[in-house]
Design a protein around this ligand. Structure first.
Ligand code: DC
Length: 218
């Protein structure tokens, strides 16, 4: 006999829109695992750079992809990722080099196929709140719980600067939105929340209220 269908909450949005902070809080409130799918693309980008491969050398990146083992799990309700046996830390994943190259790596369809398979595996294990660029549009298109967290470019630049992180947000957004494979889009049935003038708690409350309302809808 199969168990209840796990809750899947998809949260997409551009860089530094606050979706990660929001998704983490929503996951904790719902008792779901929080997964930052961008972390997987960042982890593989780090691995590519670590191996001395140029991110635009697609043939070499694909050879490395074929030879790489990913291990995606969970610790204290938060998704973890190991690449080639190395467990990624936040510092590695948010480095300036990774920020500058991750969009190029994430535009490669074969890389996406591999990581999307890992992402879908989380939902086989239980409830999940996953954030990224294509979670509602490609990874879990059937979930009714889709959100798109936005913020003005000025607010997003300011947020990144206040974190002390060097990140060319506008460039990443341009590549992420214009690539052929699974570009950043607003899923037609997503609830769009502009977080520019809202606190984190206010955004979290809106998402939770929408999840609870839809759950009550037959
Ligand atoms: O969410 P983030 O900024 O950490 O994501 C890093 C990069 O990974 C982002 O610029 C594009 C890519 N990404 C993606 O292509 N698809 C996702 N679902 C998540 C991230």
């Amino acid at each position: 006999m199969s168990g209840p269908i796990p809750l899947i909450v998809a949260i997409d949005g551009p860089a530094a829109s606050g979706k990660s902070t929001v998704a983490k809080a929503v996951a904790a409130a719902l008792g779901c695992v929080f997964v930052n799918s961008g972390g997987m693309y960042r982890a593989f980008t780090w691995w590519v750079l670590q191996k001395g491969i140029r991110p635009d050398d697609t043939a070499a990146v694909l050879d490395l992809l074929a030879a790489t083992r990913f291990s995606c799990g969970e610790e204290n309700g938060v998704g973890t990722v190991s690449v080639g046996g190395t467990r990624m830390t936040r510092t590695e994943m948010a480095s300036t080099e990774v920020n500058a190259n991750v969009s190029v790596i994430a535009a490669i369809p074969e890389v996406r196929d591999r990581l999307v398979a890992e992402q879908r595996r989380y939902a086989e294990r239980g409830g999940v709140v996953m954030e990224g660029r294509d979670i509602g549009s490609v990874v879990f298109p059937d979930t009714p719980f889709k959100f798109y967290i936005d913020a003005s470019p000025e607010v997003r630049e300011r947020r990144r600067r206040s974190e002390g992180i060097t990140d060319s947000i506008a460039r990443r957004d341009r590549i992420d939105s214009s690539r052929a494979a699974s570009p950043l889009v607003v899923p037609p049935d997503a609830l769009v929340v502009d977080s520019s003038d809202l606190t984190v708690d206010e955004v979290v409350e809106r998402v939770l209220a929408a999840v609870r309302n839809r759950r009550m809808t037959p």
